[in-house]
Design a protein around this ligand. Structure first.
Ligand SMILES: CC(C)(COP(=O)(O)OP(=O)(O)OC[C@H]1O[C@@H](n2cnc3c(N)ncnc32)[C@H](O)[C@@H]1OP(=O)(O)O)[C@@H](O)C(=O)NCCC(=O)NCCS
Length: 284
C-alpha cells in the first residue's frame, strides 16, 4: 500500500463493512455516503501512520477496476496485529482476501512475532480465513443502550493522563498483551481522553461513543476505569469487544443498564484473551 491508496482504501472499507453488516446483523455501520467526514479523516490519518511505522505491513490488491482489496497490519515488539482487512463487494470469495492476509502475515513471520491479534467481524468469509490461518476464535460481546447515569459510582483514584505516561502505558500493555502499543498510543489518544489509575495500575481511553481500550493489572482497577470512561462519554454508549475472560466488564455494563449482545471474534495466535482488558478493534 502506498500513501495514494489510503483514501481509496477508506472508501472500500466503508463499502465492504456496510455490505457485510447488512447481511449478518442490523446495520451498525453507517452507509458509506453517511460515514461522518471526521471518521473517514481519522481512518486515513491512522492508516497513513501505519505506512510510516510499518511500510511492509499493508498490502493492496489491484484489478481492472482499480483497488480490489487491502490488508493493514502492524508489528509492535513481538506482537502482530491486523488493523483492517477488506475486499471490494463483488470481488469477494475468489481468493483475493487469502493473498492479502498471507502477505500481511508474512510480515509478522519475517519479524519473528510470537503473538498475533485481530478483531474479526462476523463475516463467515473472514472467519474461514482466520481459522485456516491458525487463529483461535474467541467470541466477543458488546453492551449497548441508554446509560443510567444514576448508577455511576463516585470514581476515585484516577487522573487525566499525559504524554509523560507513555512508558507506563507500554509497560501495562506488555503485562496484558505481551507488547506495548508504542506509536499507536498517538492514534488511541485521538479516539478518547486518556485516563490513568493514580497508582499506575491501569489506563483507559474514554471516547465519546465508547471506551476504546481499558487495560488494568486487577479487576478492581479495570472496573473503576470503565466507570470513569462511561461517565465521561455520551448517553448511549457501547462497551465493545468484551471476551468471556472479562466478565467484570459485563457486570459494569449491566449495572449501567446496558444490554448484552454478541458480535465478532477476537482472533489470537500464541496467546490467551487478555484480561482485565477491553481491546480496541483496529489497534487491539
Ligand atoms: C473478509 C474478506 C476480506 C475476505 O476476502 P475474500 O476475497 O472474500 O476472501 P477469500 O476469497 O480469499 O476467502 C473467503 C473464503 O470463504 C469462502 N466463502 C465464500 N463465500 C462464503 C460464505 N457465504 N460463507 C462461508 N464461506 C464463504 C470462500 O470459498 C473462501 O474459502 P476457500 O478459499 O477456502 O474456498 C472479504 O470477504 C470482506 O471484505 N468482507 C467484508 C469485510 C470484513 O468482514 N472484513 C474482515 C474484517 S475482520
Amino acid at each position: 500500500m502506498q500513501p495514494d491508496d489510503v483514501p481509496r482504501a477508506e472508501r472500500l472499507s466503508a463499502e465492504a463493512f456496510y455490505e457485510a453488516d447488512l447481511q449478518t446483523f442490523p446495520p451498525s455501520w453507517p452507509a458509506p455516503e453517511q460515514r461522518p467526514p471526521s471518521r473517514a479523516a481519522s481512518w486515513i490519518a491512522r492508516t497513513g501512520r501505519f505506512l510510516e511505522t510499518d511500510p511492509r505491513g499493508s498490502w493492496v490488491a489491484v484489478d481492472e477496476r482499480g483497488l480490489a482489496g487491502f490488508a493493514t497490519s502492524v508489528v509492535r515488539e513481538s506482537l502482530w496485529a491486523l488493523a483492517t482487512f477488506a475486499v471490494r463487494p463483488g470481488a469477494q470469495g475468489r481468493g483475493i482476501g487469502k493473498r492479502l492476509l498471507d502477505a500481511a502475515l508474512a510480515t509478522g513471520e519475517a519479524a519473528g512475532c510470537e503473538r498475533w491479534m485481530l478483531s474479526a467481524s462476523s463475516d463467515p468469509k473472514a472467519l474461514r480465513r482466520y481459522r485456516l490461518a491458525g487463529f483461535d476464535l474467541h467470541p466477543q460481546m458488546f453492551l449497548h443502550g441508554r446509560l443510567d447515569r444514576s448508577a455511576i459510582p463516585a470514581v476515585e483514584g484516577v487522573r487525566d493522563g499525559t504524554a509523560d505516561d507513555l512508558e507506563l502505558l507500554d509497560s501495562l500493555d506488555r503485562e496484558l498483551r505481551g507488547a506495548g502499543h508504542g506509536p499507536d498510543h498517538e492514534a488511541l489518544a485521538r479516539t478518547g481522553r486518556l485516563v490513568v489509575d493514580v497508582r499506575g495500575r491501569g489506563y483507559a481511553y474514554a471516547g465519546a461513543r465508547r471506551p476504546e481500550v481499558v487495560a488494568a493489572i486487577d479487576e478492581e482497577t479495570a472496573v473503576r476505569l470503565l466507570w470513569e470512561s462511561l461517565a465521561r462519554g455520551g448517553d448511549e454508549p457501547m462497551i465493545a469487544h468484551v471476551t468471556a475472560a472479562n466478565q467484570w466488564a459485563l457486570d459494569v455494563g449491566l449495572a449501567a443498564r446496558l444490554a448484552i449482545q454478541s458480535e465478532g471474534y477476537l482472533g489470537l495466535r500464541g496467546m490467551s484473551p487478555p484480561a482485565p482488558y477491553v481491546h480496541n478493534g483496529a489497534l487491539l
